[in-house]
Design a protein around this ligand. Structure first.
Ligand code: AHR
Length: 518
């Protein structure tokens, strides 16, 4: 403990100077004017400087005041760089909001803050083709992953299957068996089993060139190759032709399922040695899930890394995965655990939070308009809306139709049956409320009866999965608003109906009270 505090103090005083020295030695311009510390200042002080530093949420050097990312809007194809609010600070999301008002923006470039120009752009086709024209991958919708960092609004990179970023012509990234480290912050609740939500080192021709050609962080619950304890998701290493949770490609009990809303994920490798580490990006320390030799299968020792950088895809441009990325770096040299621990402390201090999801107007104060977003990993882009009088969930984005957005918007009212709970009045059908009948939810007109009032009253409590809010039925208090196969019910945790299934129950009954779509 004392040792760590000591290291932190030393890093604070020397970080900027070492970063600058490393930059001058390498012949590129490093950031200056460090006011506080960024993760890359810490890596530089540890002797393992960043050679790529990507973030849409904040500066990763205390002295960085350049662009973080670029957005392109659909109305006229114009682009705008999004910078920081202040040197070394959080993204200026307001620039994006005003530039993208009334149109859709995509993230077209994620700049490299290291000064090496290892920026990420739309991934080209490779072994597999992407869905965009020419076989390119899709770009992320710029507003799809709103959060706050240190109380300031920011946006992450929301990767739906088909989305991918890449740089096949990098500068300074490890090749062959050279040592390197990397970390990324992901949304630990947004994942799938597709191949492969990766960030890190991959092939420079976007093809599967064989074992050991990659070294990237993987996050998700793919079990085709390796996997860890529980049902996932897991942090693993994509070393090509395999996701590794430990020395071999099979089950490794020490790699836990891990799904913090903000997740720090680490992979690092050096000759015949590599490691997986991870932790909660909002609190606490990192844990080590693997620390040992290279796989004992031909091709992985020595490694044959090629030095491209990928985000959201596999080395051969497999585009089946989903996830959300907020920030990540790659280093030259194998970072020490102590350096990474100090980086984790810096990440925690940055203050990642979800309040951006419900800001402004996403409150349960009577009179406010809101939308209710699902938190289950499958469905974090789905909202409760009415359709043909039924309550269902639909994917709603800024480009959804005005009808869809209105159907997914509700006015919070003091509970019709109890003022200590709430009711949800339809935005586009005033006088109609969300109510249950035979345990299913509908949009129905208030008939003034006490039964209707009770059926339309829901009592908020902390989200059962630790996110957002869960809503207990007023007259069936052990039943909560739940989505199941995209239909909305009041469901108990286990019971006779299919929709009472205890599998994913706590996720399905937890909702983010979001800003209204209409
Ligand atoms: O190693 C897992 C995946 O296998 C790689 O990402 C991809 O290139 C290959 O299909």
């Amino acid at each position: 403990m004392t040792k760590l505090r000591h290291l932190k103090r030393a890093l604070v005083s020397t970080g900027a100077a070492v970063a600058l020295a490393a930059g001058l030695l390498a012949g590129f311009s490093a950031p200056s004017q460090a006011a506080t510390q960024g993760p890359c200042d810490i890596y530089a002080a540890g002797g393992t400087p960043c050679v790529a530093a990507h973030s849409t949420t904040r500066a990763l050097y205390a002295g960085y005041n350049g662009p973080l990312y670029q957005v392109r809007r659909s109305s006229d194809n114009a682009t705008r760089d999004i910078g920081v609010l202040s040197t070394g600070g959080v993204a200026n999301a307001g620039t994006q909001d005003s530039f993208c008002a009334n149109t859709t923006c995509l993230i077209s470039i994620i700049y490299d803050q290291s000064g090496r120009n290892n920026r990420l752009t739309q991934a080209p086709p490779g072994g597999f083709s992407g869905p965009a024209p020419g076989g390119y991958d899709n770009l992320a919708v710029a507003t799809a992953a709103p959060i706050t960092v240190g109380g300031h609004k920011a946006y992450g990179v929301y990767v739906a299957p088909g989305t991918g970023y890449r740089n096949n012509n990098t500068n300074g990234v490890a090749t062959g068996d050279q040592p390197e480290g990397m970390y990324a912050i992901f949304d630990g609740t947004h994942y799938n089993g597709g191949c492969c939500f990766d960030y890190g080192n991959a092939e420079t021709n976007s093809r599967d060139n064989g074992n050991g050609r990659m070294e990237a962080i993987y996050f998700g619950n793919n079990k085709v190759w390796g996997y860890g304890a529980g049902n996932g998701p897991w942090i693993m290493a994509d070393l090509e032709n395999g996701l590794f949770s430990g020395v071999n490609q099979h089950y490794n009990a020490n790699d836990p399922s891990i799904s913090h809303r903000f997740l720090t994920a680490i992979v690092k490798g050096e000759p015949n040695h590599w490691a997986i580490r991870g932790g909660n990006a909002r609190s606490g320390n990192l844990s080590t899930f693997y620390n040992g030799p290279r796989p004992n299968v031909s091709g992985y020792n020595p490694m044959r890394k090629e030095g491209a950088i990928i985000l959201g895809i596999g080395g051969d441009n497999s585009v089946g995965a989903r996830g959300t990325f907020y920030e990540g770096v790659m280093t030259s040299g194998y970072p020490s655990d102590a350096t990474e621990n100090a980086v984790q402390a810096n990440i925690v201090a940055a203050g990642y939070d979800t309040s951006g999801d419900s800001n402004p107007g996403g409150t349960l104060t009577p009179g406010s308009a809101i939308s209710l977003r699902a938190t289950t990993a499958c469905c974090t882009d789905r909202y409760i809306r009415h359709q043909n009088d039924n309550a269902v969930t639909s994917v709603i984005t800024s480009s959804s139709s005005s009808l869809d957005k209105n159907d997914a918007t509700w006015i919070v009212r003091s509970g019709l049956a109890s003022s200590s709970c709430v009711s949800f009045e339809s935005k586009n059908y005033p006088g109609d409320y969300l109510r249950h009948q035979n345990y299913q939810l509908y949009r129905h007109r208030d008939d003034g009866s006490s039964l209707f009032a009770a059926d339309a009253t829901f009592c908020p409590q902390a989200g059962k999965n630790g996110q957002g809010t869960s809503f207990a039925s007023y007259n069936f208090p052990d039943r909560f608003i739940r989505h199941y196969d995209n239909t909305v019910y009041i469901a108990s945790n286990g019971g006779s109906h299919t929709f009472d299934s205890s599998s994913l129950w706590s996720d399905d009954v937890s909702w983010v009270v979001s800003q209204p779509w209409a």
